[in-house]
Design a protein around this ligand. Structure first.
Ligand code: NAG
Ligand code: NAG
Length: 361
């Protein structure tokens, strides 16, 4: 009698021990995104037409050489990850990536030109769309399972943090291009339904692969990037593009809340900085900016895509320009965007002793 009770107690403790003994691994991030979050994948996609591998990209980052980021300094995901106390994940295509660096730093799959939709930005020739990035993540999971075994790997992936920051290219380099097949197939409403429906499938796949703590970044006023402003003679923001971004944010916010409430153990959050960026653009001097409509790094008046090249002229004070190039915000604008997201989402800081932070209720 006594011994059988002791045995059951032992069994109970063993089960409990397994259940409470989380993986003794570092908490790392897996980042899925486009050029706003790319940290070098496209540098290795040598046929891609969207690459930030030449000066003056990265001039305010580390040693000032191109870092693969499509800005002069840090990305929004860099700044938010730093705030959370998480290591900065290297690019998936970084040739030095190993199982050990994955376990200690995570991986960044973001790729310039990438979209939620496979058919977005095909004319950049090479880029990782979100489905492709998820496929690459599955490959990473297999490597880690082989390294530490399936049980520990499952814990590792469940306690990791996930960022999904995509959608701009699905508008700028797809739906809003007059000759794209999606622009002929859909109208504004049906395109957003299609786009957000695809994102929903993708977020569910990420959950099925273990993602529990996941944040989705919304879009800014994409109609105000310099590349959109040159479409009109007045140089004003493209209101149609801005409305699409607002509608996308609204639908995506709803989706993320719904998934967070229905998928088991999911803590999915949505954040955007649309309103703040819009205000910065309308009242730049309130935020310490002098210029909110043209790129700091530009090549005269000709503005096809990515003309921040070695022959470009740089603005005098990079910290006072909202835009770094035709598409991308500067480091100082990214700082404002990141601060707004942190405020909206109330990101829990991560205890780098290796313990997961408490689940928000
Ligand atoms: C999108 O591309 C991936 C490969 O990256 C492929 O597996 C998938 O079937 C494609 N999905 C659609 C809807 O075309
Ligand atoms: C949810 O969390 C509980 C407690 O940590 C765990 O036992 C359960 O397996 C989790 N379910 C899923 C689907 O992750």
């Amino acid at each position: 009698m006594k011994s059988s009770m002791a045995a059951s107690l032992l069994i109970a403790l063993t089960i409990l021990g397994v259940a409470i003994g989380g993986c003794q691994c570092t908490i790392v991030q897996f980042i899925f995104g486009d050029s706003l979050s790319d940290v070098g994948n496209n540098e290795y996609l040598t046929k891609s037409l969207a690459r930030a591998n030449l000066p003056w990209y990265g001039i305010d980052f580390g040693n000032g050489l191109p870092s693969g980021r499509f800005t002069n300094g840090r990305t929004v995901a860099d700044i938010i990850g730093d705030y959370m106390g998480l290591p900065r994940p290297p690019a998936f295509l970084d040739p030095t990536l190993t199982e050990d660096t994955i376990m200690s730093n995570g991986v960044n799959f973001a790729s310039g030109g990438g979209g939620i939709l496979n058919e977005t930005a095909t004319y950049f020739i090479q880029r990782f769309s979100l489905y492709k990035q998820i496929e690459l993540f599955q490959g990473v999971q297999e490597l880690i399972r082989q390294k530490i075994g399936p049980t520990e790997a499952e814990k590792f992936f469940q306690q990791s943090r996930y960022v999904v920051a995509m959608g701009s290219n699905d508008f700028i380099n797809n739906y809003l291009m007059p000759f794209s097949s999606d622009s002929r197939t859909y109208n504004d409403d049906s395109f957003i339904t299609y786009l957000v429906g695809t994102l929903s499938d993708q977020l569910k796949i990420l959950h099925s692969l273990g993602a529990r703590e996941l944040m989705v970044f919304g879009l800014g006023p994409v109609g105000c990037i310099p590349l959109q402003r040159v479409l009109s003679t007045s140089g004003a923001c493209q209101q149609n593009a801005n409305n699409l971004a607002l509608n996308f944010n609204q639908a995506t916010s709803k989706l993320v809340i719904e998934l967070s409430n229905t998928l088991p153990n999911a803590s999915f959050r949505f954040g955007d900085a649309y309103d703040v960026v819009n205000d910065v653009i309308s009242n730049p001097s309130n935020y310490g900016f002098d210029n909110a409509d043209s790129p700091c790094c530009s090549f005269g008046k000709i503005q096809p895509s990515l003309t921040c090249i070695p022959a470009s002229k740089l603005c005098k004070d990079r910290s006072t320009y909202v835009f770094w190039d035709e598409y991308h915000p500067s480091d100082s604008a990214n700082m404002i965007i990141a601060k707004e997201m942190i405020k909206k989402l109330g990101f829990p800081k991560v205890n780098q002793a290796g313990a997961p932070s408490p689940q928000p209720s």
